[in-house]
Design a binder for this molecule. Structure first.
Ligand SMILES: Cc1cc2nc3c(=O)[nH]c(=O)nc-3n(C[C@H](O)[C@H](O)[C@H](O)COP(=O)(O)OP(=O)(O)OC[C@H]3O[C@@H](n4cnc5c(N)ncnc54)[C@H](O)[C@@H]3O)c2cc1C
Length: 409
């Protein structure tokens, strides 16, 4: 029994079992091939399988053919943990559809929902992208500065100008999950960097739109089931209604995306660590050194216990944070520093757990842990980015402090 009953409804438990079965049948047998799946044939098949189970419908409201009323932060997180136990690249590619649509869903933007949800609830799996990170420059910028609440969006350099009934967008984005392969891009812009939060505008750009082009796919250490590239925006024009909401509200929606992104990262990190842990438990039970299975040596048992302690506490804490988000009124609201602090704690901690667990797992497996055939090296390569994305370990720590005092970092 992995989860406390107080966190889970019966349908959440069923969801968890359903996803786990899918992962064991459809991802585990092919996960070693994902790094070489350059055209994403296998990745697409897996994403289509998750889609066919109806899991993507959880991101869309019932009036648009979805079932988001059945979804909670707890259930979404558990689903992501289970997918990431198979492959965290698949988990992030899948979940970014919900992440990209979230501002339009929360703002009840009828134009976006009526025009684009049908494409995402049809027969074939489609991807979407939340395009926030920028290259940065002398003014700062980059990833963390855009996310840093004390900078109020002033470092965003993707500029949206209203011309008649159209937004004209110019700028550059980097790294975002599903970039170059999505049908819809929720793009973090500013109408005026000096206006701070009032300037923040989340604007949807469908693909193709003239003026939006992409760079080459990045060559990464891991997470290869996820595609990432630069997005170039030159005089890109979209209708005025493609802004998620309005001045001021978009800044709130942006903040909510940062908060939910942290929670998702925490759940994925735990899934990654859990997958590596299951593999090392199995391996160390079979491999004999000095006359007995590795895990029957006290030095190895101590390491396995450390991994188990870390995974269980990281899981309990991300579930606690998800529970607080589901009951956010009791915890100061989704926009509160308290919630930002607690989801950041969940994410920073879980990512460090995944890095530690995969590292120790490899140590216990010797050279076998370092080669592809034994799975752990992929978990080890994949999880590192969870620590680096969404504010990294440093901004993440400042955000934790914001729940305890007025941290101005
Ligand atoms: C596989 C992958 C998926 C991604 N998915 C997305 C996505 O879907 N959407 C998207 O928009 N982006 C995405 N990113 C980008 C990612 O979120 C950013 O790269 C990340 O937020 C860090 O930004 P940066 O790389 O510009 O680092 P920087 O912001 O330059 O940070 C560099 C270092 O400075 C530290 N730092 C930051 N702020 C401070 C501070 N105030 N004081 C001291 N130190 C600080 C950081 O922790 C880090 O150690 C993805 C990246 C990858 C590789």
């Amino acid at each position: 029994m992995k989860y406390l009953d107080i966190f889970l409804r019966e349908e959440d438990r069923m969801l968890q079992e359903q996803v786990r079965k899918f992962v064991d049948a459809e991802i585990m047998p092919v996960r070693q091939q994902l790094d070489d799946d350059e055209d994403h044939v296998i990745v697409h098949k897996i994403l289509q399988g998750l889609f066919d189970m109806g899991l993507m419908l959880r991101y869309f409201p019932a009036e648009y053919g979805g079932c988001s009323d059945q979804s909670t932060f707890v259930s979404s997180s558990i689903m992501l943990e289970e997918i990431a136990r198979g492959d965290s690249g698949i988990a992030v590619a899948f979940s970014c559809v919900g992440w990209a649509f979230q501002p339009a869903v929360l703002a009840r933007n009828r134009t976006i929902l009526e025009r684009f949800v049908p494409l995402f609830t049809g027969k074939e799996v489609r991807l979407a992208c939340f395009n926030m990170t920028e290259p940065g420059g002398a003014h700062g910028g980059g990833g963390c500065d855009i996310e840093n609440p004390t900078l109020h969006g002033r470092t965003i350099r993707t500029i949206a100008r209203l011309e008649g009934d159209e937004w004209v967008i110019n700028g550059q984005k980097l790294w975002a999950t599903n970039s170059g392969v999505s049908d819809l891009y929720c793009t973090v812009c500013t109408t005026d960097p000096n206006a701070g939060e009032k300037g923040i505008a989340l604007i949807y750009i469908p693909h193709p739109t003239p003026g939006m082009t992409f760079g080459k796919f990045e060559r990464k250490a891991g997470m290869n089931a996820d595609r990432n590239c630069a997005t170039y925006l030159v005089d890109v024009r979209v209708p005025r209604e493609y802004r998620a909401s309005e001045e001021g509200k978009d800044a709130e929606l942006f903040h909510l995306n940062l908060v939910t992104g942290r929670l998702g990262g925490a759940a994925m990190a735990v899934g990654n660590a859990q997958g590596a842990f299951e593999r090392v438990l199995e391996y160390t039970g079979e491999r004999i050194v000095a006359g007995r299975p590795i895990r029957q040596h006290s030095i190895a048992a101590g390491m396995l216990a450390d991994m188990a302690m870390a995974i269980e506490t990281a899981r309990m804490y991300y579930l606690a944070a998800a529970y607080m988000m589901d009951n956010s009124r009791r915890y100061g609201g989704l926009r509160s520093n308290f919630i930002l602090s607690r989801v950041s704690l969940a994410k920073v901690y879980a990512a460090e757990v995944a890095v530690m667990v995969t590292n120790k797992a490899m140590e216990l497996m010797g050279s076998y842990g370092y080669v592809r055939d034994y799975d752990v090296e992929k978990y080890w390569r994949d999880c590192k980015i969870i620590q680096l994305w969404e504010g990294g370990a440093q901004l993440g720590r400042f955000d934790i402090c914001r729940g305890y005092y007025d941290c101005q970092l």
